[in-house]
Write a protein that binds this ligand. Structure first.
Ligand code: ADP
Length: 440
């Protein structure tokens, strides 16, 4: 901020009179006595937004720009002002800081009046008060107008940026989907050959060789599952999950999942209890998709529960305030739990908490690594059914294992008429060989 050079020997009253036409001579006297006239070069800062200010300015000649800080790096032009116009009154009237930065746009002469004299005259002269009020209002309206224009411009920029991001996102999803498809085919062949080798007499009789081939089979199965998950995820992102509704029996779904995961449960000495499922009515839903969603939840319950723990699946009929009559399935485990800061994020794709060990065959190993897609896929499936999914946990603690509970609600009446009876994309190709990946 600069102090301009004071211009001495000017008749301030003569300058003020035409500018404040109608102001009584006494008031003009008070103002003139308290005023000074200064000259400023172009580009000088008269007052700075946010700083304290106690001077009222009247422009005698020249022009000033009023500017507002837009972000850290730039200022936005609000409006300009010329001879006879004034500024600086807001900070005085409201006793606050400057609401804008004022800079001379060209060499200018300003008449400056201190706070006390200004307030004295303002208090005694309704004519001046009204003039100031009118100008303040006009300026506020102008600022409003500028703000709306700026907002419109920003909205348009954001809309265009969003469109571009959506295009890029689609290109990325297409790329992921095509790559996953292309890679899945040779991996399926690899898995088939490895399985054939596994049963070859030469391999059967050589223990070392047999272990190596078993390793190849397990790894290719895992790769196959990862690519399936990536394909599922890209369909969730595309909104390409076609629902084929039919009456779903929850006991059948969980019996299937239990059979698929029996070996893992035994190896990890985990029990899986089922409560209230037999009493549930048939639910109009897609059995293949629901199977997949619950498989991810139970697979996680196995992964994040130490050996010897218990997984409890509970079914109930509830009336959800948003969904109406619904089936509620809760998957409760006695595992390591989830911290409050993670609980809202775990449904995001590729989100994984903490340092999770990466096991090459760790789909059901304790804290075995995964691509971080299971919950995002489960959520996509539940949401496609018009349902809700959320997680509850007292917190994360590997020593006390407070456990986690995943709750799914599927409405008994679908929110929209059943869709995608034809031409829908199934969630994942049937892979009857891959453990834990068998649709109903
Ligand atoms: P991941 O492939 O890592 O298992 P998910 O999307 O299935 O991916 O899960 C995301 C994260 O949520 C996991 O990495 C894990 O940290 C946490 N999580 C999921 N289920 C459980 C659970 N039952 N108990 C504790 N943490 C869990």
């Amino acid at each position: 901020m600069t102090d301009g050079s004071r211009i001495p020997d000017v008749n301030i009253k003569d300058i003020l009179r035409p500018m404040l036409l109608g102001l009584p001579e006494d008031d003009l006297d008070v103002m003139a006595q308290a005023a000074v006239v200064r000259a400023y070069a172009a580009g000088e800062t008269i007052c700075v937004e946010g700083e304290e200010g106690a001077t009222f300015f009247i422009i005698v000649s020249g022009r000033v720009d009023m500017l507002k800080q837009f972000d850290d790096a730039s200022e936005r032009f609000l409006h300009d002002a010329g001879p006879g116009e004034f500024f600086g009154e807001m900070a005085i009237v409201y006793g606050g800081s400057r609401t804008a930065t004022v800079r001379t746009a060209e060499p200018s002469v300003l008449l400056e009046i201190g706070q006390r004299a200004f307030l004295d005259v303002l208090g005694s002269s309704p004519a001046l008060a009204i003039r100031i009020l009118v100008q303040m209002t006009a300026r506020l309206r102008d600022s409003d107008h500028q703000a709306i224009i700026a907002l419109r411009e920003t909205n348009e920029e954001l809309r265009q940026a969003l469109q571009q991001l959506e295009r890029l996102d689609r290109t990325k999803s297409d790329f992921i989907q095509v790559s996953a498809h292309e890679l899945r085919t040779p991996i399926a062949a690899l898995k088939g050959y490895a399985q054939m080798m596994q049963w070859h007499s030469a391999v059967q009789s050589a223990t070392d060789l047999h272990m190596l081939v078993e390793g190849i089979v397990t790894s290719t199965e895992r790769l196959h599952r990862i690519f399936d998950s990536i394909l599922d995820m890209s369909r969730v992102m595309d909104g390409g999950l076609g629902i084929h509704r039919s009456p779903v029996s929850f006991p059948v779904i969980f019996q299937g999942i239990h059979s698929d995961l029996k070996q893992a449960l035994q190896e990890r000495r985990l029990t899986m209890e089922r409560q209230g499922l037999d009493e549930l009515p048939l639910c109009p839903a897609d059995p293949t998709l629901l199977y997949k969603a619950f498989q991810h939840l139970i697979n996680n319950a196995i992964k994040y529960t130490p050996d010897g723990g218990c997984i409890t699946i509970t079914g109930a009929q509830v009336v959800d305030p948003e969904l109406g009559p619904s089936i509620e399935i809760a998957v409760q485990d006695t595992g390591i739990g989830i911290s409050p800061e993670d609980i809202a994020l775990i449904f995001e794709k590729f989100y994984r908490t903490g340092e999770v060990a990466l096991h090459s065959s760790g789909t059901t190993a304790f804290k075995g690594g995964g691509p971080g897609l299971g919950l995002a896929i489960a959520r996509g499936i539940v949401v496609t059914h018009g349902g809700r999914i959320w997680a509850e946990s007292p917190g994360y603690d590997e020593a006390t294992c407070p456990g986690s509970r995943f709750i799914v609600r599927i409405p008994m009446s679908p929110p929209h008429p059943p869709t995608a009876q034809s031409g829908a994309t199934p969630l994942a190709d049937v892979d009857t060989d891959a453990k834990g990946d068998k649709p109903l």
